[in-house]
Design a protein around this ligand. Structure first.
Ligand SMILES: [Zn+2]
Length: 93
């Protein structure tokens, strides 16, 4: 995934998070944005490798490790870029 801007995400969180921005577990206000993760789905009693995945942006409490996850599709913060075009191969005469 390309085009994820942590600063945009922090702005999004600050805009959406009403009230006290402390951790619900330990009460400290110190958060870090983790890398986007995409766990495999668990369906019919088994982990499905290579199938659909749900990308998530973790927000991690730096005091106790409590994490909350955000769906990038809802935050609209991931801008997918078209795959880079291959340079044209020189034609052999
Ligand atoms: Zn905490």
């Amino acid at each position: 995934m390309n085009g994820f801007d942590r600063e945009d995400f922090v702005n999004f969180i600050n805009q959406k998070w009403k009230g006290n921005k402390t951790c619900p577990l330990c009460g400290v206000n110190s958060w870090a944005v983790g890398p986007i993760v995409a766990p495999n789905l668990f369906e019919r009693g088994a982990v499905v490798f290579g199938g659909k995945m749900i990308p998530m942006i973790p927000l991690i409490c730096e005091s106790c490790g409590y994490m909350m996850f955000f769906n990038p599709a809802v935050t609209q913060l991931i801008k997918s870029e078209p795959p880079a075009e291959k340079p044209a191969e020189p034609e052999n005469p």
